[in-house]
Design a protein around this ligand. Structure first.
Ligand SMILES: Cc1cc2nc3c(=O)[nH]c(=O)nc-3n(C[C@H](O)[C@H](O)[C@H](O)COP(=O)(O)OP(=O)(O)OC[C@H]3O[C@@H](n4cnc5c(N)ncnc54)[C@H](O)[C@@H]3O)c2cc1C
Length: 214
């Protein structure tokens, strides 16, 4: 099958490539956030952003996908061309190609929403969105404000707090959080859990509802 994946970022991983803020990691147990058909051996029960990126790379290697991937390729327009009976996919850099089938997998969270608060433009210190973290700023000892306490905000706050001078957290609404109980996996756990998940697939095929343990 001939297929091409166009990706506007410069690497694979989607949100796990673009988000690299301090403390960035998955919020659900990793065995609920990974494919059953891969051989990847996770090291922790909640994978870090770095490990999730490695996981994506391993899938690319396992299925020899590199030749199909085009990075720095933003799709700007897709139009049905009646004369060719195909879709014309136009990229931001001017290239265009024809395809019989187009699958949109653009995600919901790949474009960060930057607020337009009055005065933000005049603020002279570093200011950036968690989804585009600027690692060149040394925040140790500085007074830092974090706005928002969703998943990203919560992870950033917990990771920054020990190193900054003062951390101010601005929250519009309180949310529920509880300890993740993050820990390293033993070398046996990935194998055992993979076996359990394979059993689950067989059980589902037979119409038996089987749920793996958390
Ligand atoms: C920081 C963060 C943490 C998260 N944690 C969790 C979690 O713990 N558990 C959970 O279930 N979900 C989590 N999510 C939600 C996450 O979005 C999904 O789990 C999952 O990554 C979505 O995958 P996706 O492939 O649909 O989209 P994405 O990962 O967003 O991938 C879409 C890709 O399409 C590309 N793209 C978009 N428009 C274009 C275009 N015009 N041309 C070319 N390329 C384009 C983007 O650059 C992106 O790489 C998290 C999201 C974020 C941002």
């Amino acid at each position: 099958m001939n297929f091409t994946v166009f990706e506007q970022s410069d690497g694979p991983g989607g949100v796990w490539h673009d988000n690299h803020y301090p403390g960035c990691e998955v919020d659900v147990p990793i065995f609920r956030y990974s494919n059953t058909f891969t051989n990847y051996s996770w090291t922790e029960n909640y994978a870090s952003q770095k490990e999730l990126e490695c996981y994506c790379e391993s899938i690319i290697d396992q299925f020899s996908l590199s030749k199909h991937l085009q990075f720095n390729s933003k799709v700007e327009q897709i139009a049905w061309d009646e004369s060719w009976a195909k879709y014309q996919v136009r990229l931001a850099d001017g290239r265009s190609e024809y395809f019989s089938v187009v699958v949109s997998a653009v995600g919901l969270l790949s474009n960060p929403k930057v607020p337009d608060w009055p005065g933000l433009d005049e603020f002279r210190g570093p200011k950036f969105h968690s989804a585009r973290w600027e690692h060149e700023h040394d925040l140790s000892g500085k007074t830092v404000a974090v706005v928002g306490t969703g998943s990203s905000g919560t992870q950033v706050v917990g990771t920054l707090a020990p190193s900054v001078g003062q951390l101010l957290v601005f929250q519009r609404e309180p949310g529920w959080i509880w300890p993740k109980k993050k820990r390293s996996l033993t070398p046996e756990e990935p194998k055992t859990l993979r076996a359990i998940r394979l059993c689950e697939v067989v059980a589902s095929d037979e119409g038996v509802l089987a749920k793996p343990p958390l």
